[in-house]
Design a binder for this molecule. Structure first.
Ligand code: CA
Length: 246
């Protein structure tokens, strides 16, 4: 509990808020609500390598959070020094989505539904802020999360021009939900996602559900890092008490 208080106090001091007035929790989707990253990593690296890019599965984890278009543009600029054409972006995105759709169905992340239920039981609004545009997953939110996320509370790659690590998706979530920065917290699993939450001025909690070292998430600016979603769900009552302490 004391390290929660320390992390919260550092955030409040930095942002110039007196206290958090918690009203909502903004969840990232891939690697937080769905255990989808191993499939994304496989599909991206296979399709990018077929297009002549050097793109290992680990590279996918380091780019996680970017929109598909931004992922391809970043790789093209770094490896070829050129901006990809719209045709190339569309071709690669389609190939990646098509390949992803052939994999076995992605499962919800263990512990995630429990956490969402706890968040709602505390009277908070759950929202989703994702860089994903994968139709197969977006369609499954309603099914796997029992309609707990209102459609107007889901921000996807289709809603913003600039994706993570820019703050835009999180700023749009605040606007759509009608929340101030001191009224929400973010739950992210990837360095660029953490950077986006922090850039939007939000208290950002990381869950390390992938293969990266924990310090990558702290260095990206996460106020707290948990080793898994079940751990965060188990710690929720203590964390919530610290977040709402006056
Ligand atoms: Ca993620």
């Amino acid at each position: 509990m004391s390290n929660y208080k320390d992390a919260i106090n550092s955030y409040l001091q930095l942002q110039g808020h007196k206290a958090l007035q918690l009203r909502a929790v903004l969840f990232d989707m891939d690697g937080v609500l769905f255990d989808s990253m191993p499939h994304h990593a496989r599909a991206w690296s296979q399709v990018m390598q077929a297009e002549g890019y050097d793109f290992s599965p680990m590279e996918v984890y380091m780019n996680e959070g970017r929109t598909g278009s931004d992922t391809i543009t970043t790789a093209s600029l770094a490896q070829r020094g050129t901006v990809p054409t719209k045709e190339e972006i569309d071709r690669i995105c389609k190939a990646k989505c098509d390949l992803f759709a052939t994999y076995p169905e992605t499962q919800p992340m263990q512990g995630a539904l429990e956490l969402v239920n706890k968040v709602i039981a505390c009277g908070l609004t759950p929202m989703i802020v994702t860089g994903s545009g994968t139709p197969t997953l977006l369609e499954r939110i309603a099914v796997n999360y029992n309609g707990l996320f209102a459609p107007e509370h889901i921000i996807t790659s289709f809603n913003v021009k600039r994706g993570k690590p820019f703050p835009d998706p999180y700023l749009l979530a605040l606007e759509k939900g009608g929340f101030n920065p001191d009224e929400v917290i973010v739950v992210e699993n990837a360095p660029l996602g953490v950077q986006a939450g922090v850039a939007a001025g939000l208290f950002t909690v990381a869950v390390n559900t992938g293969p990266l070292e924990e310090k990558v998430l702290s260095e990206a600016g996460a106020s707290l890092v948990f080793p898994s979603m079940p751990t965060l769900a188990g710690e929720w009552e203590s964390l919530y008490a610290a977040l709402t302490a006056k």
